[in-house]
Design a protein around this ligand. Structure first.
Ligand code: HAM
Length: 420
């Protein structure tokens, strides 16, 4: 028996109401803030993701789904949404539009990770990017938008963590200080952190191992190393957030898992904490577009994981609207009636009424059981007698009351009952 690949899952029909709900809220939010939908390919040139994945090329090869196509081109399944959006911004000359350009996306992302609750090899993201403006008011707007998104979903108790990780000027000095601090504890570091010390020292700060956390507690703080411009930008983001009434916690150890961030970084934590719990995260990435071959272009954005959101909607027992059900199920008795039943199904659909027509050789009882399991509001039953009298039995599946209705009046009868 085949199974879905490890770390992936099918989204079954009974789950789809959640997806429709979250995606609908995302689209309304973007409409409200003036973000336009951009859909990028599922795979890209694998090098596109090199500046994004912490640890550079080594991590790209380790964490991404990379393959060669028949022409020998090295491609990667989309690992995240920001780099593809920036690629499209450059490729289509969107820098010629008034800036910032505001774009959003919804779709799957692929990461070769160790699967566990809330962490998958294929997950789905809703994200948005504002490209072409360094204004700290935009950082605050992006954060406010994330908050409004979670509130509109009905989620409660989530919290915002905020930090600034500086720029090309001040970050290297901080990294040097961090290296110095950690170098005196190398014997106590976990194997991952030993590698981080060499490749990606900022990530040392968010190691979850207790022994490493202890070392992080006494580590120098980035805020003490920010250059005056980054300091002013960070202060300003906070002032805007306060003015907008957005609660946040400063977390000088928040560094994020991707490599392109500069200045503002933020993460949204759920009410119930867990190792793989962040509902979303984002920040500023003022160097990425230049790294991808464009002119220096500041940008800021955010992405949320849809699976984790749905997990929290369920945990918090949030009622979501049900998907629409078929109005009627058409059952038949006998071959002559079957032809009329199939024809009636087609006529009802022509009038915009959602129906499912029975097929196969089930008994009437079996057909009605099927109508019930499909949650159809009505069953329409046609037998030989109904064919003769040009009528059908209309049965209300909730009350089980039934009446005989002329075929010519079925549409108006269903529409009158307002269950279409
Ligand atoms: P990220 O933090 O890597 O950021 O991913 C965003 C969100 O996607 C996470 O907070 C989490 O909810 C979800 N997520 C990530 N990996 C997994 C996984 N393996 N399984 C389930 N859910 C996952 C980014 O991708 C950035 N592009 C965000 C951004 C946009 N920054 C600026 N603009």
């Amino acid at each position: 028996m085949y199974k879905a690949p490890r770390g992936t899952s099918d989204i079954l029909p009974q789950e789809q109401a959640y997806w429709k709900y979250v995606e609908g809220k995302a689209a309304s939010l973007c409409q409200l803030y003036g973000y336009q939908l951009l859909t990028t390919p599922i795979f890209e040139d694998s090098q596109l993701f090199a500046p994004t994945v912490a640890g550079g090329q080594i991590a790209v090869d380790k964490e991404m789904y990379i393959f060669e196509d028949r022409s020998g081109q090295k491609l990667a399944l989309r690992a995240e949404g920001t780099a593809p959006v920036c690629r499209a911004y450059l490729e289509h000359g969107l820098f010629n539009l008034p800036q910032p350009v505001k774009l959003y996306y919804l779709g799957p992302a692929f990461r070769y990770e160790r699967p566990q609750a809330g962490r998958y090899r294929q997950h789905h993201q809703f994200g948005y990017e504002a490209i072409g403006d360094a204004d700290p008011a935009l950082d605050a707007e992006v954060i406010e938008m994330a908050r409004r998104f979670f509130l509109s979903l009905g989620l409660a108790g989530f919290s915002f963590q905020l930090n600034s990780i500086g720029c090309n000027l001040c970050q290297p000095k901080y990294i040097e200080a961090l290296r110095r601090h950690y170098s005196s504890y190398t014997a106590h570091l976990c194997p991952d952190c030993k590698a981080r010390l060499l490749r990606n020292p900022l990530r040392l700060l968010d190691c979850k191992k207790a022994s490493c956390q202890k070392i992080a507690e006494t580590a120098p703080r980035i805020t003490e190393y920010l250059c005056p411009e980054c300091q002013a930008h960070f202060q300003s983001v906070q002032q805007y957030l306060e003015a907008l009434g957005i609660p946040f916690q400063l977390n000088y150890r928040l560094v994020r898992g991707l490599d392109y961030y500069t200045r503002t970084v933020f993460e949204v934590g759920p009410r119930e904490e867990g190792a793989q719990s962040a509902l979303g995260g984002g920040g500023r990435y003022d160097n990425l577009i230049e790294q991808l071959g464009g002119k220096p272009t500041p940008a800021v954005g955010f992405a949320a994981g849809i699976e984790r959101i749905i997990l929290n909607l369920k945990r918090q027992k949030i009622a979501i609207p049900a998907l629409s059900k078929p109005t009627a199920f058409i059952a038949y008795l006998g071959e002559g009636a079957k032809i009329r039943a199939i024809k009636l199904a087609s006529e009802l659909r022509q009038s915009g009424i959602a129906v499912i027509a029975a097929t196969g050789a089930k008994s009437l009882k079996g057909q009605l059981r099927q109508a019930d399991s499909l949650s159809a509001s009505y069953a329409i039953i046609i037998g030989e007698r109904e064919v003769e009298t040009q009528s059908a039995v209309l049965r209300d599946m909730i009350t089980n009351k039934q009446e005989t209705v002329p075929l010519a009046e079925i549409v108006s009868s269903l529409k009158q009952n307002k269950k279409t």
